[in-house]
Design a binder for this molecule. Sequence first.
Ligand code: ADP
Ligand code: MG
Length: 229
Amino acid sequence: MTTRAQAIIRRAHERRQRALSEHDSKRVIAAYGVPTTREVLVKTPAEAGSAARRLGYPVVLKVCSAGESHKTEKGLVAVGLAGERDLRAAFGRLKERAGAGYAGDFLVQEMIEGSRELMIGMVRDPQFGPLMMFGSGGVEVEGLKDVAFALAPLNQAEAEKMIRKTWAGRKLKGFRDIPPADEESVIDVLIKLSWLAMENENIREIEINPLSVLSKGVIAVDVRIKTVA
Ligand code: ADP
Ligand code: MG
């Protein structure tokens, strides 16, 4: 697991990237068994088209470059693309917004529907080591301050306790008309991520936002990892 994660980080460092792209960040957490979106890196509209046919519509198209954050604010994400026409139009729009000279990657990925969104993260404290974060995801992160913190590594009981400290976590059990979601899988991601942080000291920050929670299973939809040399 560590070997695979470190190989991905090493190759990013060879390209002088300290902040990994969304796709590379996902490959790192996937090495620790965290489920991620099915997706394909492409450069051209034709490649995007064949990737989308393989994944199955609807798809999502994103600009995928190292260190890119706040993609939505910059207009670099197009969700709910229903067919090839939509996809080609979105490709043109995103390319324009990425800047005239953009020759980098685009990401075609499966569209995750009918989920709720959480955020799971890690920041490494110089004294205490990896500090895990859990809370509401999506656009609500900044507004709600519905976040809990705990030091890694986390065991089952500690991860569960952390989740219960937040409303986002408590409602996984279901509340009035909110149906229950797969809390077990969320706990599993927290534990795995805490071990990823323990075993890879050159990872400085991780943010999964959103982690989509389904009635069965979870999927990391957007991931950012920052490393040190
Ligand atoms: P950023 O956080 O950089 O703005 P994201 O990749 O998180 O970009 O995309 C922004 C939002 O778009 C997500 O919070 C999510 O709601 C939605 N989204 C992104 N990718 C997908 C996907 N594959 N399936 C469903 N929704 C998505
Ligand atoms: Mg995001």
